[in-house]
Write a protein that binds this ligand. Structure first.
Ligand SMILES: Nc1nc2c(ncn2[C@@H]2O[C@H](COP(=O)(O)OP(=O)(O)OP(=O)(O)O)[C@@H](O)[C@H]2O)c(=O)[nH]1
Length: 381
């Protein structure tokens, strides 16, 4: 999947204008705080970053998804989250490599009120993710999904719609498929939705915070990065490699569906060790500087004739490779391939940023083809 985001540069002044049109008595623009770290209750002065809107019935998991994916909350801790009663706006750009806003919109706060300002909510939104709790009776959620997408489509036909059939960890494989089919069928049978051409392509995904699925769906660069990582590994004589976001520890692996913990854990530990040592001995005496610098690298030889090799890739990403000692003897070639890999990753994010800047409509995630045109070449061992 590639999520697409709107990239309109909405002037601040007009944001103030439309925000004022929200029904104030519903308490959606309060001075009060949103819950949890990192975000805030939405205010009229929102920036024009690409925006993803999370919607769904109460307890469908909007906040859990946001916290687990972007705030390192462990899935079990989500059991203690309180209900959200304001729009909760989260700016995902400072702590990670992804760059957009995600809004948790509690629809019970007036979405179905006749005076609700749909224009304000949907006009600046690039993607709407509707979450359906697969462990609950999903009839009501399906109906609400249809109403929501048809209202959103009227305001903003360019918007992308994705449906997460969520909490599938509790379902058997057969039950998952049945549920997906049923929800899909209902969407296409509904005359309100069936008439909207774009919604023929409404995408449904099975997700859970207890596995990798939710990360995969929320980080749009993921498939491209996965492909680049595959190309790098197959040309470098490397056993395994992970691309980690050093802050959140979200990782990308060549075959993410079958990551074995015996490879993953030492790589994760290595990042912690390197950052810890760097924090203790690498910062200046007054505490300034960064524990994760450009050019940072580390090598650890293990007692099983393998080597762990860590290299900085971007401000937020580190590549950690596991390779055999004899492969590591050709380190200069590996370094050259890492250099190509690094360049390719930078291009992915540059293309993304540039397309957000340049286009006035929807932008898509760059493909590997685009990277190939830019001339990155890999040397094989
Ligand atoms: N089994 C399972 N439970 C989940 C999953 N994701 C979230 N939950 C649980 O679902 C419950 C509701 O989650 P919330 O994130 O508070 O739901 P919400 O949509 O933000 O709820 P409101 O703020 O009331 O609208 C919590 O108890 C979570 O632990 C999942 O993938 N699987």
């Amino acid at each position: 999947m590639s999520l697409q985001y709107g990239a309109e540069e909405t002037p601040l002044a007009s944001s103030y204008g439309v925000a004022d049109a929200f029904p104030k008595d519903l308490g959606l623009w309060p001075g009060g705080e949103g819950r949890g770290g990192g975000g805030q209750a939405a205010s009229p002065a929102d920036s024009s970053k690409p925006r993803i809107l999370l919607m769904g019935l109460q307890h469908s998991s909007k906040s859990s998804i946001q916290k687990v994916v972007f705030h390192k909350m462990s899935p079990n801790e989500t059991l203690f989250l309180e209900s959200t009663n304001k729009i909760y706006k989260d700016d995902i750009s400072n702590s990670s490599f992804v760059n957009f806003q995600i809004w948790d919109f509690p629809e019970h706060m007036g979405f179905f009120d006749p005076s609700f300002d749909y224009e304000m909510l949907f006009s600046g939104t690039g993607a709407l993710i509707y979450i359906i709790d697969a462990q609950d009776d999903y009839m009501m959620a399906s109906t609400r999904l249809h109403i929501t997408v048809s209202k959103a489509y009227k305001v903003n036909p360019d918007m992308n719609f994705e449906v997460f059939i969520h909490k599938v960890d509790g379902l058997s494989d057969d039950h998952k498929i049945e549920t997906q089919k049923d929800i899909h069928q209902r969407a296409h049978d509904d005359p309100a939705v069936a008439g909207l051409e774009k919604l023929h392509h409404l995408s449904f995904y099975l997700t859970s915070i207890y596995d990798y699925s939710i990360f995969e769906k929320l980080i749009p660069q993921l498939p491209t990065l996965e492909n680049i990582l595959n190309i790098f590994i197959s040309n470098s004589g490397i056993e395994k490699a992970f691309l980690f976001d050093v802050v959140s520890k979200i990782y990308i692996a060549p075959d993410s569906s079958s990551v074995d913990m015996q490879s993953y854990e030492p790589c994760l530990d290595m990042i912690d060790v390197v950052i810890d040592v760097s924090c203790i001995y690498g910062l200046k005496e007054d505490g300034s500087g960064s524990a994760y610098d450009k050019g940072l690298m580390a090598i650890i030889k293990l007692n099983n004739t393998t080597v762990l090799y860590l290299k900085e890739v971007t401000k937020f990403l580190a590549l950690v490779c596991i390779l055999r000692e004899e492969s590591f003897e050709r380190r200069s070639l590996i370094d050259y391939n890492i250099y190509c890999f690094r360049k390719a990753v930078h291009e992915v994010f540059e293309v993304d940023v540039n397309s957000h800047r340049c286009c006035s409509h929807q932008t898509s995630v760059p493909s590997l083809k685009a990277l190939a045109h830019n001339g990155t070449q890999w040397n094989a061992i």
